[in-house]
Design a protein around this ligand. Structure first.
Ligand code: 5GP
Length: 204
């Protein structure tokens, strides 16, 4: 077991806000941060890899995992289940690794209750038209699914006040930098460094 628990970081933000891109850059630059791989019942998009982007499973399998108590949190989003398998997250935290959960707002709410020490960050698009354009350019949803995602996006943005930090994604570089700043500051919280006083006093 590591001397220090890792930090649990929740990253939420509407579909199309750039969470994947920001996280990809973040973990490339920081090897003490890992992203938890979620489980979902949605179908795989072109280019996605099972076991890397998500664990793609059936509804029966997902419901069995819920019943067996193996999910840390889960939610329904746009008609599908999404959830965080519990064991790998606990293991990484115990090993001192900082873990990011890239999840929607209902999941974020559950995590805050289970882990009061978790840090929550909301990635905010600069505006709804920019968000819509990003989603259209991504081209992963048909018109109906896209408008449904935009509808959910607005509900999610209204809940941004539940998060500890807001990072506006008007430039990827700045958003990654801001996110890293949050994590750096969180590492310095006294509550995460309770041994520091005795370490300094006893190591004269
Ligand atoms: P997408 O279908 O675009 O990959 O994801 C849809 C939404 O589900 C995104 O807001 C994403 O953050 C969220 N999501 C992904 N994994 C999880 C999870 O494990 N739990 C929860 N609650 N939401 C998730």
């Amino acid at each position: 077991m590591a001397d220090k628990q890792g930090i649990l970081i929740v990253l939420s933000g509407p579909s199309g806000s750039g969470k994947d891109t920001v996280l990809k850059r973040l973990i490339e630059k920081n090897d003490d941060i890992k992203v938890s791989i979620s489980m979902t019942t949605r179908s795989m998009r072109e280019g996605e890899i099972d076991g890397a982007d998500y664990y793609f499973v059936t509804t029966d399998y997902f419901e069995k995992k819920i019943a067996d108590g193996e999910m840390l949190e889960y939610a329904q989003y746009a008609g599908n289940y999404y959830g965080t398998p519990k064991a790998p997250v606990d293991e990484m935290l115990r090993a001192g690794i900082n873990v990011v959960l890239e999840i929607e707002v209902q999941g974020a709410e559950k995590i805050r209750k289970i882990y009061p020490d978790a840090v929550s960050v909301f990635l905010m698009p600069p505006s709804i038209p920019v968000l819509e354009e990003r989603l259209r350019l991504r081209g992963t949803e048909d018109d109906e699914a896209l408008s449904h995602r935009l509808f959910i996006a607005e509900q999610e943005i209204r809940r941004a006040g539940e998060f500890n930090y807001i990072v506006v994604n008007d430039s990827i570089d700045r958003a990654v930098n801001d996110f890293e700043t949050v994590i750096r500051a969180e590492k310095m919280r006294f509550s995460r460094n309770k041994n520091i006083i005795s370490e300094v006093i006893n190591n004269v």
